[in-house]
Ligand binder design. Structure first.
Ligand SMILES: [Cu+2]
Length: 274
């Protein structure tokens, strides 16, 4: 990426997502633009200090400058800022919040914050989240997942570590069990507040295998700084292996090593759910 020269030199976490390049380019552009403004206004300030010093100008001038250059420069800065906002920032924002990936390849999971850890719930093969019940919350069932709900039979729950296959988009529903947290993965260029009572989705697509840090980016209590999680981006095969093993460990129904969706015809499910 030709743009990300300055911010990488300044130590930003290396981008590992497809969507991150657009954000990096904009950050980079903003940094260069601010540098130009800093040098421009700084030089102007130094010039005025020298030009209008009291020694050279013992009598005050009540007319001031008659040049229109400063107004034109201000206008130029305004135009540039409007271009940055409308041509870069707004489309990137629209893409982040309005164009969610769809299709069978999309991994869908929940990230549920609590003081002071991240819990994860994956839908499993049926693509549906199992019901959660606050009465079932315990140290061994942090999310209160109701395994009696047919949608929960094949769900995976995990604490502290989530995995994703490389090159596939994912949607993470960000939630909280207690106070406001913020689900942030710097390398994926995503961050979203986890607000109690809300279910706010974000999406990204990892493009490099590896292990990345998940942090909480809202001051949420005494151990906020230790509220970390891990994202492991695997190859497709490694991801499947992790998923099957972890689903089984977390209590999913497993047949021949794989979590299975319940075999209930959709029509009777509808009646049952009434
Ligand atoms: Cu937190």
């Amino acid at each position: 990426m030709p743009f990300a020269l300055l911010i990488e030199a300044l130590g930003i976490a290396p981008n590992a997502s497809e969507n991150g390049y657009a954000i990096d380019s904009m950050l980079e552009m903003l940094h260069w633009f601010m540098l130009v403004l800093f040098v421009g206004w700084g030089s102007f300030y130094a010039y005025t200090l020298w030009r209008f010093q009291a020694k050279k100008n013992p009598r005050a001038n009540y007319v001031g400058t008659t040049s229109h250059l400063p107004t034109k420069l201000e206008g130029g800065v305004l135009v540039l800022e409007v271009i940055l906002l409308l041509s870069f920032a707004a489309p990137i924002w629209a893409n982040r919040v309005g164009q969610f990936p769809t299709g069978p390849d999309v991994i869908h999971l929940r990230a549920v914050g609590q003081q002071f850890q991240w819990n994860f719930q994956y839908t499993g093969p049926d693509g549906k989240f199992g019901a959660r019940n606050p009465d079932l919350v315990s140290t061994s069932n942090q999310l209160g997942l109701d395994r009696n709900d047919p949608d929960a039979f094949d769900d995976l729950v995990a604490t502290g570590e989530m995995h994703l296959p490389v090159g596939k988009p994912c949607i993470v529903d960000v939630m909280s069990k207690d106070v406001i947290h913020d689900f942030c993965i710097p390398n994926m260029r995503v961050a979203q507040d986890a607000i109690p009572g809300s279910d706010i989705p974000l999406w990204f697509m990892p493009i490099k295998t590896g292990t990345y840090e998940i942090v909480c980016a809202q001051l949420c209590g005494t151990n906020h700084a230790y509220m970390k999680g891990t994202l492991v981006v695997d190859t497709e095969a490694d991801y499947k292996k992790w998923f099957d093993e972890t689903a089984k460990l977390s209590g999913a129904k497993v047949v021949e090593g794989r979590p299975v969706a319940p075999e209930i015809p959709p029509a009777s499910r509808l009646v049952e759910n009434r």
